[in-house]
Design a protein around this ligand. Sequence first.
Ligand SMILES: *Cc1c(COP(=O)(O)O)cnc(C)c1O
Length: 371
Amino acid sequence: MKVPLMNLCAQYEGLRKDIQKTVNDIMEKQAFVLGETVEKFENEIASYCRTKYAVGLNSGTDALFLSLKALNIGMQDEVVAPAFTFFATTEAISLTGAKPVFADIDPETYNICPKSLESRITKKTKAIIPVHLYGQCADMDPIANIAKKHGLKVIEDACQAIGATYKGKKAGSLSDAGCLSFFPSKNLGAFGDGGMLVTDNKELADRISILRVHGSEKRYMHQEIGINSRLDSIQAAVLRVKLKYLDGWLDKRRQKAEYYSKQFSSLSVSCPHVADHAVHTYHLYVLRVEKYSEKLLTFLNDNGIEARKYYSVPLHLQACYKSLGYEKGDLPATEKAAEESIAIPIFPEITTKEQDYVVSKVKEFFNTKKT
Ligand SMILES: *Cc1c(COP(=O)(O)O)cnc(C)c1O
């Protein structure tokens, strides 16, 4: 038996007719960039995330980069972020000319630790980027308090967490700017790259709307230097079809996750911890295994189960950040999580049979002392 980490073909199965029709409409109109469909989708996302504005962009990376730009962050500035995340979080900081400063994580939720974050603040710090990792919101209240105390902006990297909530509020709506990704593998995935910025700040939304078209509000008039980062109509059309199903899919992800957690309760693995403040959306279901993670990973892969490490090399130890001067041991909770965590297959359409197979192989690994 083979179980993939995710299965987009299974999702497409139920949507084929609607998506083909809507994409066909766009093809007939031959209007591909921004436009009416993108505007409709922006309004729907703003309403879904309960923010006033939403700006469609080319990717989540661009949402992060343009948020920082629009908040005037650049050379000489520092931005604090976790090192246990996808590279784009801090790549966006580096691209503005600012310096990423890495904070450690809470070992239970994998999200930025407010205490560690506060210890990294200097006179140069301008902003904080908490990441809602794996689909669970970071502990935003203490982060907001720290930001207020030190006069910092907060940008949420909500790329993995659309629909997740923190004390009842939606991911993306908890800070100055929320960044979403519609990369195909995300919980709401396009047929290519896509992203969005959500915010209640009109000035910020307006400025990012200008930055995404080469810093131009009026054709051929450039008031500042921007980039090309527009959302395509075809992507918006596909995403509008999928958005209607999103909450149902997130419910299914939670059901599947709870099923796993129940099955694993007797084993020496740690299942995802759901904080009191959070409704988790399980973009990934990540097990944590002391000492034997590498062996378990190989065993699962050898048995046709697509398990993977997210993320095996934390960002402070990446080659490109060597000049920042971090060393192994600087972020103990991050480094331990990088060693011990394994994502196993989860997606709304995963069958009980597939889950039972994964469970049986994890159990077999521990029972037969392949350790
Ligand atoms: C996917 C992701 C991004 C980047 O999104 P893209 O749309 O691929 O550019 C940023 N941060 C995190 C945590 C992500 O998972």
